[in-house]
Design a protein around this ligand. Structure first.
Ligand code: MN3
Length: 214
């Protein structure tokens, strides 16, 4: 990675829950308060605790999480699952806002148009990645090593930073499609949750990340 964002520089041992930055009910009615509270204070907190336990007393205590993720094939599965879990969720909370502009602008909007044809076509591809990920996982918009945008999905808590990822890059936007992210409000209706997500995307942060990584 050429540069580190505000988020990523903070991801060092011992790991801790980040500031959520908004109230649990801030994203209502798109993402409900109970889901946000359990997702953040229970699920994410468990990834943090399990990651610290998995790394305690090992040489990897001294390494930034980004370096661990980029060599994840050399680590035990507990590090892969919980290191991915901590990174993915820390990023995900920053992807969300009650004050979404609804669509990107500036250089990111131009890159989305030139890469995917239009914002609508990009959304279709991202929606498809999110809806067709079998079981638990994530959908991503990332920048590859040539600065080009691509959409992908990963299983479990894997992410595009990992050396084992099918398509590698630096994430600029992500969506958690584990059932714990939507089941209380949407039950089996993952597509409704994915549609609702577009109403709360923090495009300012996605644009900031994109401009940092190109
Ligand atoms: Mn989750």
């Amino acid at each position: 990675m050429e540069t580190l964002t505000i988020l990523e520089t903070k991801l060092v041992y011992p790991y801790a829950l980040p500031e959520l930055g908004y109230a649990y009910d801030a994203l209502e009615p798109y993402i409900d308060k109970a889901t946000m509270e359990i997702h953040f204070s229970k699920h994410h907190a468990a990834y943090v605790a399990n990651l610290n336990n998995a790394l305690k007393g090992t040489d990897a205590e001294k390494l930034p999480l980004l370096e661990i993720l980029s060599n994840i094939s050399k680590y035990p599965v507990a590090v892969r699952n919980n290191g991915g879990g901590h990174y993915n969720h820390s990023l995900f909370w920053q992807m969300l806002t009650s004050k979404s502009t609804g669509k990107p602008s500036g250089k990111l909007a131009d890159a989305i148009n030139s890469t995917f044809g239009s914002f609508e076509k990009f959304k279709e591809e991202f929606d498809n990645a999110a809806k067709t990920r079998f079981g638990s996982g994530w959908a991503w918009l990332s920048v590859d090593s040539n600065g080009k945008l691509f959409v992908s999905s990963t299983p479990n808590q894997d992410n595009p930073l990992m050396d084992i990822a099918e398509k590698k890059g630096t994430p600029v936007l992500c969506l958690d499609v584990w059932e714990h992210a939507y089941y209380l409000k949407y039950q089996n209706r993952r597509p409704d949750y994915v549609s609702a997500f577009w109403s709360v995307v923090n495009w300012a942060e996605v644009e900031r990340r994109y401009e940092e990584f190109i």
